[in-house]
Write a protein that binds this ligand. Structure first.
Ligand SMILES: Nc1ncnc2c1ncn2[C@@H]1O[C@H](COP(=O)(O)OP(=O)(O)OP(=O)(O)O)[C@@H](O)[C@H]1O
Ligand SMILES: [Mg+2]
Length: 367
């Protein structure tokens, strides 16, 4: 697809010239702005791949101020295009970390190389930021793992005592008074619930070593679904599958991957209290230039449920983030799922449209 460029230039003739150069070079000059304010507004609306910005503009705001707002708020790279370049201006421009600087008049060749370098540099920076965030996230998870395993162990013993004590009381007292019996049952139920959380925490904090085997993703899903049938009442929830025809073999830990699908299916079901459909797809995808894998297998689990708000979507992979307080979610499902997929050198992404549904997409390398 052609790269979209927004031109910010307050002189018409100049703007038309730039537009023609861009078109000759195979870019799409998809918008023009004549002032800093308009540049910010159009960048926000159009989300171009790059902004070509004149520095001296009519109006309140000059190009440097507009560029600073665009690059910090919208993460869109800016290249300055200007006829003036005194030292003071260069100093000011530098602070906004532009991806390039072109002096007018310019030649097509020069414009192309500066734009290509800027686009490439921006792509790499984004990738680096993503890797950094993943690293921070995984360190946070590791620290949290150590912390939760400590707490889980501490809580296990008192829970055992509470359970033992309530069973003893039940034996002694429940025949006497049915209200006591109800109270004791509530204590036991809550203790079991706390125990499940402790077990989850321990599982989360001690991810076991991978015991991998060669397995076809379609078979893996079929098997998980057959296990699933007995656990959940699937009333009014339709499960559809679209399996890839070509043979793919993954090298994965079957138990752990079943846990992954189990968590995703549970989330899908919990998002559709009034029923709906789950569609599971598997397909082969060509790897991107930067990927080390030979081939990639994609597995999608899509539901037609309530969806996730953009605000929540930023937090769903955080351990203990849950919106299911009343339904007693622990909020470990997705963070555990992501950790397992990552430990298989794969990636998990979740897209959602509130009110329409959610799609979880797993990408795993296969050979
Ligand atoms: N398919 C989905 N549809 C709508 N919301 C979802 C979906 N999957 C996840 N979420 C949102 O993400 C949150 C975190 O999910 P996660 O699986 O980590 O925890 P949980 O389901 O709340 O609890 P647990 O999985 O530990 O029982 C959920 O509380 C929910 O708000
Ligand atoms: Mg869950």
């Amino acid at each position: 697809m052609k790269k979209q460029i927004l031109i910010v230039e307050d002189e018409r003739v100049s703007a038309e010239d730039i537009k023609m150069s861009l078109q000759r070079l195979g870019y799409s000059a998809s918008g023009m702005a004549v002032s800093g304010e308009e540049a910010i507004r159009k960048a926000e609306e159009m989300r171009p791949d790059l902004v070509l910005m004149d520095i001296v503009l009519k109006g309140e705001m000059d190009g440097i101020e507009a560029a600073s707002a665009i690059s910090s708020r919208l993460d869109i790279p800016v290249v300055y295009l200007t006829a003036y370049a005194d030292k003071k201006m260069l100093e000011r421009a530098k602070v906004t970390e532009p991806f390039g600087y072109i002096l007018k008049p310019f030649e097509d060749k020069e414009l192309r190389s500066i734009l290509e370098i800027a686009l490439y540099k921006h792509r790499m920076e984004r990738k680096l930021k993503k890797t950094q965030q993943e690293l921070i996230q995984s360190e946070k998870l590791a620290a949290l793992g150590r912390f939760s395993s400590g707490i889980a162990h501490e809580i296990k013993n008192p829970l055992g005592i509470i359970l033992g004590g309530s069973e003893f009381l039940e034996m002694k007292l429940s025949k006497v008074d049915s209200e006591v019996k109800t109270a004791i049952n509530k204590i036991k139920e809550s203790t079991f619930r706390a125990n499940t959380i402790v077990q989850d925490l321990l599982k989360f904090s001690r991810p076991s070593a991978l015991k991998t085997e060669r397995i076809n993703p379609n078979d893996l899903i079929r098997e998980t679904l057959s296990l699933f049938k007995y656990r959940i009442p699937l009333i009014e929830i339709k499960i559809k599958t679209h399996f890839a025809r070509e043979k793919m073999y993954l090298e994965v830990d079957k138990n752990q991957m079943q846990q992954v699908f189990f968590n995703l299916l549970m989330n899908a079901i919990e998002a559709m209290p009034k029923g709906g459909a789950i569609t599971i797809k598997t397909y082969k995808m060509a790897p991107s230039e930067s990927s080390l894998a030979d081939k990639l297998c994609v597995i999608e689990v899509a539901d037609t449920g309530e969806g996730i708000s953009p605000k929540d979507l930023q937090r769903i992979f955080e351990p203990f983030f849950t919106t299911k307080r009343e339904r007693k979610g622990t909020g470990l499902g997705l963070s555990m799922t992501k950790m397992i997929v990552n430990s298989h050198k794969g990636d998990l992404a979740i897209e959602s449209k509130p009110g329409k549904g959610t799609t979880a997409k797993i990408v795993l390398p296969f050979h």
